[in-house]
Design a protein around this ligand. Structure first.
Ligand code: T3D
Length: 266
């Protein structure tokens, strides 16, 4: 079976030591569903098991990188039985940890808007390149949630607590140039140059000293004090409670109705 037939929400290709993984639900801005998580899990296991692969590129199809969780998905519909903590534990924490655990360099090619967990999955990658028209938004507060998918761990480490709090509390969109100046991304390039630039860097890394890269990643990740797992666990517990709040119910309803939410702090 070819890769195009095997996956419905992602595309996967590999050539010359470089694997390319494309989030592929452009009509929904490549937002995450359970199927996409399952397909990503399988693709990342495949990358991890193939010693000929020496660099991974993660990007999005169409005008977005990823809009985070698909808010239309039945599985996350606000209600008494909703358990976002379980969703985070089953899907988002394994995805973030799998990206971090890969011994090969992982490059995010952020081709458009990266929102919510979509932004934080990009920050889980080792190098982030962004198209000049791309943007980043911690969209969580707009729907009554807090950053997850490692956001509370990545953001203060990348930009410091003040900017992390500004991004998380205000939920404003920042453009790629500002993201680069803040250190959220390694390089911002003209839109047409994004994939040629990333592919050239990936090709260079794929013929580089694989073992040294793996050790470099391991040591740099270890040097960042405080465990990612602990932050993921805390996010799960806090987000689980927020998923049962009236503000989340209102936030999702307002998003669907394309109106401003009326939060009551409940
Ligand atoms: O279980 C859990 O919930 C836990 C996990 C949480 C992780 C999270 O990621 S929570 C955060 C979820 N994401 C968001 O809140 C982002 C929602 N989207 C937006 O704020 C905006 O769409 C963007 C800022 C990303 C882009 O804005 P814009 O103006 O460029 O595009 P748009 O018109 O808003 O969106 C285009 C279409 O995509 C639109 O559909 P339509 O009207 O053409 O039929 C929109 O509804 C749809 N879309 C965008 N984001 C999502 C989505 N549909 C479902 N889920 C989305 N996240």
């Amino acid at each position: 079976m070819s890769d195009a037939q095997a996956y419905t929400t992602i595309e996967f290709s590999a050539a010359d030591g470089v694997a390319e993984l494309t989030l592929n639900r452009p009509a929904r801005l490549n937002s995450f569903t359970a199927t996409m998580h399952a397909e990503l899990r399988g693709a990342l296991q495949r990358v991890a098991a193939d010693p000929t692969l020496r660099c991974l590129v993660l990007t999005g199809a169409g005008r977005a990188f990823c809009a985070g969780q698909d808010l239309d998905d039945e599985a996350v519909r606000p209600g008494p039985d909703l358990d976002i903590g379980r969703t985070l534990e089953r899907h988002y924490a394994p995805l973030v940890l799998a990206l971090r655990a890969l011994p090969l360099p992982v490059i995010a090619a952020v081709n458009g808007v990266a929102a919510g967990a979509g932004a934080n999955v990009a920050f889980a990658c080792d190098l982030v390149y962004a198209a000049r028209s791309a943007s980043f938004i911690q969209a969580f507060a707009k729907i009554g949630l807090m950053p997850d998918a490692g956001g509370t761990w990545f953001l203060p480490r990348l930009v410091g607590p003040q900017r992390a709090l500004g991004l998380a509390l205000l939920g404003e969109r920042i453009d790629a140039a500002r993201a680069e100046s803040w250190g959220l991304v390694w390089q911002c390039v003209d839109d047409a140059e994004l994939m040629p630039t990333v592919r050239a860097v990936a090709a260079r890394l794929a013929v580089g000293p694989t073992r040294a890269y793996a050790s470099t990643k391991q040591a740099i990740h270890a040097a960042t004090a405080g465990s990612l797992q602990a932050s993921l666990d805390l996010e799960r517990d806090l987000q689980r409670a927020l998923g049962r709040s009236e503000d989340f119910r209102e936030g999702v309803a307002a998003f669907a109705a394309k109106r401003a939410p009326q939060f009551r702090g409940a």
